[in-house]
Design a protein around this ligand. Structure first.
Ligand SMILES: [Zn+2]
Length: 266
């Protein structure tokens, strides 16, 4: 009997210890629900974006621990993440379509550089037949938004590799029908994102692309300085936090030192 008791105590303790240890190693941050070691809360900013953001995230991006979309979604007050590959029959996406005037940030062949002209057209949606051919073309491409001029703007971004983003675009007729914009070159090539191994032109993270596009779309008319990586209005704090976040992510990599050296040299 005594032996049984002792064993039982031992067993209970053993189980308790194992459970305790297990739960400790799996402790999740109550805020971002990530393991404590990978908590992103220190890198979030609180930004009252005026324009709603909807991130269409490819399912294969969800399991990636890089978490730039998580950081974006935690930092913007108006941000929704929808996971999927084709969105034509996606109920939540259809709801967003009914509620907002959508603009897709995607460098398709039809995409317009997001400049002041496009920004004004999207905001005012006023037809002006006196405009030159370029504006008329913009006008034509932005016809969808003109039809929906009473609805608030919503920026749609695709969170996927280039190949998968293309697939998402091709699979979703509704995305192809949206007015499409892309970032001007000086922003499109300003990526701070060094987590993905291949550094290439036009390889902005979803977070950076969203910040720059929002900064342009929400830019005050009094503000004459063009949006740049150093001048991104209220999105600047988030871009700076994102740089710190990248350094933090790199610190998890065994090869991070050599990578950092390379970045310093470039
Ligand atoms: Zn956290």
């Amino acid at each position: 009997m005594d032996l049984y008791k002792t064993n039982k105590v031992y067993n209970d303790r053993f189980i308790y210890c194992v459970l305790f240890k297990y739960s400790m190693s799996r402790t999740l941050c109550p805020n971002c629900h990530r393991p404590e070691k990978a908590c992103i809360c220190a890198f979030t900013a609180d930004i009252a974006n005026e324009i709603q953001v909807v991130v269409l995230q490819h399912p294969s991006e969800v399991s990636h621990t890089k978490g730039t979309v998580a950081l974006l979604a935690k930092s913007l007050r108006k941000c929704q993440v929808l996971v999927g590959e084709s969105f034509d029959d996606e109920q939540e996406f259809l709801q967003v379509m009914a509620q907002y005037q959508l603009v897709l940030l995607y460098p398709s062949e039809q995409a317009h550089f997001l400049d002041e002209d496009v920004r004004i057209k999207l905001h005012n949606c006023q037809s002006n037949t006196q405009d030159g051919p370029h504006t008329q073309l913009t006008q034509y491409r932005l016809q969808v938004s003109i039809e929906n001029k009473s609805k608030p703007l919503c920026l749609v971004i695709l969170d996927a590799t280039w190949k998968k983003a293309y697939r998402m675009f091709m699979l979703s007729t509704k995305l192809q029908q949206l007015p499409q914009v892309c970032l001007p070159d000086h922003l499109a090539n300003a990526g701070q994102y060094h987590i993905r191994k291949v550094a290439k032109k036009n390889a902005l993270s979803s977070l950076e692309a969203s910040c720059y596009a929002l900064a342009i779309l929400e830019q005050d008319e009094q503000d004459c300085l063009p949006i740049s990586p150093e001048h991104a209005g209220k999105y600047q704090p988030l871009l700076e936090k994102f740089q710190q976040f990248n350094q933090f992510q790199l610190s998890f990599r065994p090869e991070h030192k050599s990578l950092l050296r390379k970045l310093d040299d470039s």
